[in-house]
Design a protein around this ligand. Structure first.
Ligand SMILES: Cc1cc2nc3c(=O)[nH]c(=O)nc-3n(C[C@H](O)[C@H](O)[C@H](O)COP(=O)(O)O)c2cc1C
Length: 342
């Protein structure tokens, strides 16, 4: 979970507890990637993963598009007491080639990519280093694409999932198949192991996706309220207060559709112009920070999946122990024909 929630403490705690902690390094510079990976290795011998975004960045952005996107957020800057927003220029995020070189140096046990695939030559290179490679797929076509490129496993990212849609071949808005159907469809279409993601918050959810043919479950939102997570307190509190799913998709924070808790920025920006991914992130960054600092949810990207109301504020190790016990219990109850999720 790039952008704050994932910390070295959260990765180390998850891996040490027997899950696979994973760094969301999309916005992290290579030197910092190496430092944090070494820190985790100092805490635990267990494997961990690294994840990067592999979507291309726009090289140039027309001045008129910049003006329109800046004008759309200028009032919010003033409201937060910030100086007027300024035009942004490339690179809008760390350079992917440099991040990839850091991954090769770190050699994590697992490396996953989001918002794209990797060329077959890169896949071969990483696999030769002993790294297991996975990527998000939001459709059968994307899962098959990953298989033909030589990936080791596919993450079936259902429409319920929090954060960015990992769609890289199909229109993300036409790739919102739910986790239940998508896991089945992808498990049938490819020979690779499938990791199910999206709306899984407890052992009942994990047992469900294992029954659907997944080999593992990937949970994001469930870990946001952990004390080890770096998400803002506003984000954590908002998750823990929810009784109903109140998430929606928006492109207005980053330029690509992502699911998060509905807030004022999402609602008011709906018909307003924005820049392409990830340039829009550069424009909204200061607003997000100011809003988090002021303890106001209005301008924060509070990424969350549809299972968010099931969030629990537990230390990561305790959450993982509970997830494990709940999964075993759910399977046993099913076998005994007396299942009802508690
Ligand atoms: C706060 C947040 C940040 C995320 N950042 C990333 C990311 O950097 N890379 C990635 O592959 N997926 C990211 N995701 C998506 C997750 O990989 C996964 O698909 C999703 O969390 C599963 O749905 P759930 O949140 O309902 O568990 C993020 C999700 C959340 C909630």
């Amino acid at each position: 979970m790039a952008g704050g929630p994932t910390t070295q403490e959260l990765v180390a705690a998850c891996s040490a507890a027997g899950a696979l902690g994973s760094f969301g390094f999309a916005y992290t510079q290579p030197a910092e990637m190496k430092r944090q990976a070494a820190w985790v290795r100092g805490k635990t011998d267990r494997p961990f993963g690294i994840n990067l975004f592999v979507a291309p960045q726009p090289e140039t952005i027309e001045a008129s598009a910049q003006r329109a996107a800046l004008a759309a957020v200028a009032g919010y800057y003033a409201e937060c007491g910030l100086p007027p927003p300024e035009p942004v220029s490339a690179p809008y995020a760390p350079k992917l080639e440099e991040q990839m070189a850091a991954v090769e140096e770190i050699r994590p046990r697992v490396f996953t990519v989001h918002l794209g695939a990797l060329p077959a030559v890169e896949v071969r290179k990483l696999k030769a280093l002993g790294i297991l490679l996975g990527a998000s797929a939001t459709s059968v076509a994307e899962a098959k694409g990953l298989e033909s490129l030589g990936f080791d496993f596919v993450i079936a990212q259902g429409g319920e999932a929090g954060g960015h849609r990992g769609s890289y071949l199909r229109d993300p808005y036409r790739s919102l198949t739910g986790t239940l159907a998508l896991t089945r469809l992808i498990a049938r279409a490819v020979k690779l192991p499938v990791v199910a993601a999206g709306g899984i918050m407890d052992g009942a959810g994990i047992a469900a996706v294992l029954a659907l043919g997944a080999q593992a479950a990937q949970l994001g939102t469930a870990f946001i309220p952990c004390p080890e997570s770096g998400a803002s307190q506003v984000h954590k509190d908002a998750l823990l207060r929810l009784e109903e799913d109140d998430t929606r998709l928006t492109e207005k924070f980053s330029g690509k559709p992502a699911r998060g808790l509905a807030n004022r920025f999402m609602r008011e920006m709906e018909d307003k112009p924005q820049l392409a991914f990830p340039a829009q992130s550069s424009i909204t960054g200061k607003l997000r920070q100011a809003s988090a600092k002021a303890g106001k949810p209005d301008f924060i990207a509070m990424w969350a999946g549809q299972g968010a109301p099931l969030s629990r504020a537990l230390p990561a190790a305790e959450l993982i122990a509970r997830l494990e016990a709940e999964t075993v219990q759910a399977i046993q109850q099913l076998l005994q024909g007396q299942f009802h999720a508690s």
